[in-house]
Design a protein around this ligand. Sequence first.
Ligand code: ZN
Length: 170
Amino acid sequence: MKYDEMLGWFLKDLEGQKVLVNFNNEIMEKEEFQNVVKDLEKFYKSKNIEDTIEYHNRSMILKRYGIDENNLFYLWNDPVYQKKEFNKEKSFTFNCCLCNKKTNKTTNTHYYKLDILPAGFIMSKPLRYCTEDCVQTHYLNYLNDFLRDRGQTKYFFKRKRIMKRHLTLL
Ligand SMILES: [Zn+2]
């Protein structure tokens, strides 16, 4: 059986030696192994391979958590915040949950409300913000805390990079 026709090979410790075995615990034949090495070398020796691996693994890990890198303000395909209009008939004032700016219909026409937080965070009060920048920054702080709790600090989102990308997308 060819290695690429198999479901997978596993690295195994056999009496102190590392070997590749299939799911039937058969050791990979020498010729097959040489082909595998050739293919692996081709991959691992290719240009910018670290970036390729990081990009791929990052997408896989984030996907597992419902995070879409190209749509950061969606979680499991739902928008995490919404833009709200001030009701002109009512007087309503709040302090922005990020910058603490006093916000009402005389200061703003719109405000932003964060509806969804990453798993594990409890919304003890409504989260309202004066600007889109504030709601996005606060949400990214939550996302980074979420990633930190899972030991994924190397996948932190940096505001600057994200803004640049979102601006180019807009
Ligand atoms: Zn604010």
